[in-house]
Design a protein around this ligand. Structure first.
Ligand SMILES: Nc1ncnc2c1ncn2[C@@H]1O[C@H](COP(=O)(O)OP(=O)(O)OP(=O)(O)O)[C@@H](O)[C@H]1O
Ligand SMILES: [Mg+2]
Length: 272
């Protein structure tokens, strides 16, 4: 990776300053440009819903933020400093954690083992099970997660919502500053969705910046502080949620424009 700047000396940005800013980000795969001049601002303590139709570029955008698909041009600014992310480790080092839809949890391991997978604590040559178990419990308590019977339960025995909870708690355990959730409620029933939305809210309320990808407008309006709409790889709007209603967001997703908001009509009509 290229040189990443050190954290600011006090470790915290000023209140209200964004955790992440994308400025004019472009990304192509071969001859196909997927992201066009993307500007996005994500604040600590807020849930930013990232919405857009299938193929709009949402996953590509979060993979750029996670260092998996480095951007071709444009700036990625994290806590006020420009950074160059060349791999997931660069992103993790800054405190960016992504909870992917497939969750990447290991079924044959328990909750604690999953939360510490690849980053186990050791005492000498042996694993420090007691300390890992305590840290896992503390993190779940901090997030008010009460539905797990035991942190020593195998992940294969958990419900979809509980698995999602463990994946999110894992991101929190690693002192993440920005947690990105790719459709965390897509496969869940009503009660489990409720549980995960509550957790997403608590993530923001405990100071994390959260990007929440969803196709579900009810979920978006319930949990988000801001809405960023992608249309054919362009940001059609990035606004506080109270400045738009559901119909407008749907229009931004499907047409790239709604009233005064959106992409210039010439661009939207050309569909490029
Ligand atoms: N690795 C890749 N190589 C080439 N094209 C890609 C690659 N990844 C994504 N694309 C293309 O980029 C566009 C955006 O895809 P992306 O997965 O980011 O969309 P999305 O908004 O996440 O959609 P969905 O809601 O269906 O998950 C699509 O046209 C897709 O075919
Ligand atoms: Mg996607």
């Amino acid at each position: 990776m290229s040189v990443l700047p050190d954290r600011p000396s006090d470790g915290h940005p000023g209140p209200g300053s964004p955790t992440l800013e994308l400025r004019g980000v472009n990304k192509s795969f071969g001859a196909v440009q997927v992201l066009h001049d993307v500007h996005l601002t994500v604040y600590p303590g807020q849930v930013t819903a990232l919405v857009g139709d299938n193929g709009a570029g949402k996953s590509t955008l979060i993979k750029a933020i996670a260092g998996i698909h480095p951007v071709d041009s444009g700036e990625v600014v994290f806590e006020g400093r420009r950074v160059h992310l060349h791999g997931p480790r660069d992103a993790a080092r800054l405190g960016i954690e992504v909870v992917y839809q497939d969750l990447a949890l290991a079924d044959n391991l328990d909750v604690v083992q999953n939360m510490f997978l690849g980053r186990e604590r050791k005492r000498g040559v042996v694993l420090d099970e007691a300390s890992m178990e305590q840290a896992a419990r503390d993190t779940l308590t901090k997030l008010s997660v009460r539905t797990l019977k035991s942190v020593r339960q195998l992940v294969s025995s958990l419900s979809g919502g509980q698995r999602q909870t463990v994946a999110i708690a894992k991101a929190v355990l690693w002192e993440s500053k920005l947690v990105i959730l790719d459709e965390p409620t897509a496969a869940l029933g009503v009660a489990q969705t409720r549980q995960v939305l509550d957790l997403v809210r608590r993530l923001a309320d405990t100071g994390h910046a959260v990007i929440f990808i969803s196709h579900n407008m009810v979920d978006v309006f319930e949990v988000a502080d801001r809405v960023a709409a992608l249309y054919l790889g362009r940001i059609a709007a990035d606004v506080p949620v109270d400045q738009v209603d559901r119909a407008q967001v749907v229009e931004l997703i499907t047409a790239g424009r709604s009233g005064d908001l959106g992409i210039e009509p010439t661009v939207a009509e050309a569909g490029v």
